[in-house]
Write a protein that binds this ligand. Structure first.
Ligand code: ATP
Ligand code: MG
Length: 596
């Protein structure tokens, strides 16, 4: 298939030149050791700590009075914290942990709405050298319990409401959990049994905290994967990851000190903590923190009123905005928006150009995973975007495409080294190990961790191809790819073609077994508001897909479904669609409940 090659041009406001004007030059001269030395390090050579780089470094200098967080609560009330405020609040939290007898290395779980207290808690725990494990507040009690048990959580930071709904029902099955700290309970006697009111403890704690010696290899964060392909895995990350967060914040997200930055991912996911908390603070910018849930009108309002300049979001969110219609953006002044990036799923080419039309800037796709700890492949501010492509590897990252045999194993040469795929051939995306933010283990599953590496390469489990210019194109997850009549078909490509049709809001494409061709391509389509499903429309969509993709790749069947299953992070759950088709509704529904 011929990839689309239109290259929307970025027009730069005169004052903001891109941080990486020349990709080739930056890449050629890039060393992680240099990137590391651009960070300050703990005073007196005491090592490297994420929280020092994120707040204390700024708070002890000229940036102390700069706004670090611009918080909007659910009702729209606004509150700001400077770098100085955040340094003080996080130090108080670290002192509370010390007073409670919490030791370095203990796991602190964070189940919080998007508020300043979440930020202070995460950073305070990192100062105290605890390991932070963020949880998504929308999880039910069982996913919360499973993760707390797997991670050996001894402290939980949460709110009274979340405690009541998500933790109290399973509290007696969490024997390792010693302290529950409630961020919004003002008086000790108002705290429910087994929990502590945090604000009085913070008020009594000192706002100074000297971060003890921290090794770059000390464990800092525990992130659970989204669970798209199976049960979520706990990926272990270390303080050295901040080197990648700093470099990618600068080179990929193009953060400049005066930026107002908004990452829409919840800190319960790796994007929301690495690029919602760490990277923007390390860069010294102002971050917008919106407690509210997705609402198209509210989001345009936030972009406009907060004067957001750099926006990091997801294809799901962009699709929802697109679904809500361009009228909502009309009359909004979004001229400050300079750079928009997206991650988490393939960014359909349609959305790149939608960004250009509706937001005034195209959307830059980038790729990474919980395991990689930071952005690895990206479209950059100063480079042409290839819509549909994830871009090129971040400077310092060596990426390749490894050849796979029909059973799906990476082929190795006579010397045992993995073999690269030919130019343009589909294979497994692999990254040369190590890099500073590479995960250091799957919690409780050493074997799985070891199996993720081959001959010095980390195997991502994603299938891609690379074009002549070194741009990577996502084909699908190794488990998702459809083999039909000898063709290897990426569901994303088919979904993107369907999404080009004005009637289509969202699509999920799977392969269903067929005795003759192996798999047949089967598409589930959610229609845009006001569009009614009909046989004519089904035929029209089939025709559109055939014209666009060719008969071998186009779906054989299209089903309308306004309620496509998603992971909690918003990805279409193809495995649920497939199970649903194969087993009928009953089995699929129970799977969906468990999906995170
Ligand atoms: P699990 O590993 O538990 O199945 P998951 O892989 O969805 O869950 P994450 O680490 O949150 O968990 O997601 C990373 C994956 O998301 C990538 O491996 C890739 O499949 C997909 N992804 C991320 N960014 C992109 C992108 N820009 N284009 C295509 N796919 C992407
Ligand atoms: Mg994964």
């Amino acid at each position: 298939m011929v990839p689309p090659t239109t290259n929307p041009k970025v027009s730069w406001p005169a004052a903001v030149a891109p941080n990486m004007p020349d990709y080739g030059k930056e890449r050629a001269g890039f060393r992680w050791a240099d990137a590391r030395s651009a960070l300050e390090g703990l005073p007196d050579g005491r090592g490297l700590n994420i929280a020092h780089e994120a707040v204390d470094r700024h708070a002890s200098g000229q940036a102390r009075s700069r706004v670090a967080l611009s918080c909007i609560d659910r009702r729209g009330a606004h509150r700001t914290l400077t770098y100085g405020d955040l340094a003080d609040e996080s130090s108080r939290f670290a002192n509370v942990l010390a007073q409670l007898g919490v030791a370095a290395g203990e796991r602190i779980f964070v189940l919080m709405p998007r508020t300043a207290e979440l930020y202070a808690g995460v950073l305070g725990a990192l100062k105290h050298r605890c390991v932070v494990a963020p949880l998504f507040p929308v999880f039910g009690p069982e996913p919360v319990r499973q993760r707390l048990v797997l991670g050996g959580g001894t402290v939980l930071l949460t709110t009274a409401t979340l405690f009541r709904h998500k933790v109290a029902p399973v509290r007696d099955r969490l024997p390792a959990l010693r302290h529950v700290l409630l961020a919004d309970v003002a008086h000790p006697d108002e705290a429910p049994d087994g929990a502590l009111a945090l604000p009085p403890l913070l008020a009594a704690a000192a706002s100074q905290y000297v971060i003890p010696r921290t090794s770059p290899d000390d464990m800092a964060l525990l992130h659970f994967t989204s669970g798209t392909t199976g049960p979520p895995k706990g990926a272990v990350h270390v303080h050295d990851a901040v080197v990648v967060h700093e470099a990618t914040g600068r080179l990929v997200l193009d953060l400049h000190p005066d930026d107002v930055y908004w990452c829409t991912a919840d800190p319960g996911w790796v994007t929301g903590s690495s690029y919602g908390i760490v990277a923007p603070l390390v860069a010294g910018v102002t971050s917008v923190v919106d407690e509210g849930d997705f609402d198209a009108e509210r989001w345009y309002e936030v972009l406009e009123s907060q004067r957001v300049t750099v926006w990091y979001t997801s294809p799901t969110a962009l699709r929802m905005l697109r679904r809500a219609g361009p009228e909502l953006a009309r009359g909004r002044d979004l001229r400050r928006l300079r750079f928009v990036a997206s991650v988490g799923e393939p960014l359909n080419p349609e959305l790149v150009t939608w960004g250009q039309e509706v937001l005034g800037v195209p959307v830059h796709d980038n790729w990474w995973q919980t395991e990689t700890g930071g952005i690895m492949i990206a479209n950059y501010a100063a480079m042409d975007i290839r819509p549909g492509s994830m871009g090129r590897p971040v400077p310092g990252i060596e990426a390749t495409v490894l050849s796979r045999d029909p059973q799906g194993s990476v082929r190795v040469g006579p010397d045992g080294a993995p073999l690269e795929a030919g130019q343009g051939e589909v294979g497994e995306l692999a990254l040369h190990a190590p890099w500073p933010s590479m995960f250091r283990g799957y919690l409780g599953d050493e074997e799985r961790y070891r199996a993720a590496f081959l001959g010095g390469w980390y195997l991502s489990g994603d299938l891609v191809r690379r074009d002549d210019d070194g741009y990577f194109w996502f084909v699908g997850r190794a488990d998702d790819v459809i083999k039909s009549a000898g063709h290897l078909i990426g569901p994303f490509e088919v979904e993107s073609a369907l999404l080009e049709h004005p009637a289509v809001a969202e699509a999920g494409v799977v392969g269903l077994p067929d005795p003759i061709v192996g798999d047949v391509v089967h598409a589930y389509v959610a229609l845009r508001p006001g569009v009614a499903p009909s046989d004519e429309l089904r035929l029209e969509l089939l025709g559109h897909a055939r014209r666009r993709l060719g008969a071998a790749v186009a779906p054989r069947e299209i089903e309308f479904d306004q309620d496509l299953p998603h992971t909690r992070s918003g990805k279409v759950l193809r495995r649920v669609l497939r199970d649903r088709a194969l087993q009928g509704w009953g089995a699929a529904t129970s799977d969906r409940e468990g999906a995170s």
